[in-house]
Design a binder for this molecule. Structure first.
Ligand SMILES: [Zn+2]
Length: 338
């Protein structure tokens, strides 16, 4: 079959790869309904992560179970399933506390930018729908696998609640999903920090009430001006750079929570500044598995449409162009037909 491999910075290839097989009794093999490119895939693409080249790419997935190992009991061939980018047993203490992304048996999904993929720990990782969903719901179901689950976790970790004032730092796909999540959690005010017209429009469509285009000190001053000089109750940090984390802390009121889901690259904290800011922080890789059943239901009931975040769809054979388009910010998020 064809699959996506990265050979080095900006060197993405769609090439012949071996079809995945059941390697352990707890595995499943799925036929993907669609795949996509994650913002986090751009870190190795830009050469900002140490990677053993070549490496298979892709960790967001949904589709039909083809085959299961002998120990798998909760899903069976023919079912439509969605799983998290974090592989988890869903039974260890961390999983039971709802932090499946720190599972004692955690693995990260790989090789999902392809028509078939192997999912380890299938019982703990996969959530099956009761029927095969309509085709037009596939993009939104695919979004639950990572980008929506991660934006949702940012809002959950930032303790967004009814009436909250929320600031979302970052207008990438995760930030936009954070806006959608805050809206579902009935935040009173959702301020999206964005400079890009198409992303501003999508943020407004997902529920943003205000757009702030300024950044840095000017951005923080604008947030203060919008919040009676107080700052936000909840801040979603959805980028992972030194500047975006500083922005998040500057926008947060004392006693607030920052949910940070951008993988940190070059982020450092000043202990004294953090001490006197009196903000709480919770983040890390999103425990998407905790939210999956609920998010899948919201999609199946057509209460949310996170699939709108895909503004470019390409065949798998054009995957390299999908990466380029996201890298150059011509596309928010690329879906791949497999
Ligand atoms: Zn676990």
């Amino acid at each position: 079959m064809l699959g996506t491999m990265i050979y080095g910075p900006r060197d993405i290839r769609c090439e012949e790869v071996p079809e995945p097989k059941i390697l352990k009794p707890t595995d499943a093999v799925i036929r993907l309904a669609a795949s996509c490119i994650c913002g986090s895939d751009l870190w190795p693409y830009r050469g900002l992560n140490d990677v053993d080249w070549p490496k298979p790419m892709g960790h967001e997935y949904c589709g039909i179970v083809e085959e299961v190992g002998s120990a798998v009991t909760s899903v069976r061939p023919g079912q439509f399933v969605v799983g998290s980018f974090c592989i988890s047993d869903n039974t260890c203490p961390h999983c039971r506390f709802g932090f499946q992304s720190s599972c004692a048996q955690r693995e990260f999904m790989v090789g999902a930018q392809a028509p078939f993929a192997r999912v380890p720990l299938a019982d703990g990782t996969l959530v099956a729908t009761s029927e095969i969903p309509a085709d037009d719901l596939v993009p939104s179901l695919l979004a639950t696998s990572d980008v929506l689950g991660t934006g949702w976790y940012a809002a959950d970790a930032a303790r967004v609640q009814r009436g909250s004032t929320v600031v979302v730092v970052g207008d990438g796909a995760v930030g936009l999903m954070g806006v959608l999540a805050a809206k579902q959690m009935e935040a009173g005010r959702i301020i999206a920090m964005s400079r890009h017209k198409t992303r501003q429009e999508l943020a407004l469509e997902f529920g943003a009430t205000d757009i702030v285009t300024e950044r840095g000190e000017a951005g923080a001053a604008r947030i203060k001006a919008l919040t009676n000089n107080i700052g936000a109750d909840s801040v979603l940090e959805c980028v992972g750079t030194k500047e975006s984390m500083a922005q998040a802390i500057q926008c947060a009121r004392p006693g607030s929570m920052i949910g940070y889901v951008g993988v940190p690259h070059g982020v450092e904290f000043d202990g004294q500044a953090l001490f006197f800011s009196q903000v709480g922080m919770l983040g890390g890789p999103a425990p998407v598995r905790r939210f999956l059943p609920y998010l899948i239901d919201l999609v199946l009931e057509r209460k949310i449409n996170p699939g709108k975040v895909f503004d470019l769809t390409l065949p798998l054979s054009d995957v390299a162009e999908g990466y380029r388009a996201m890298d150059e910010r011509r596309a928010i998020k690329t879906m791949l037909r497999v």
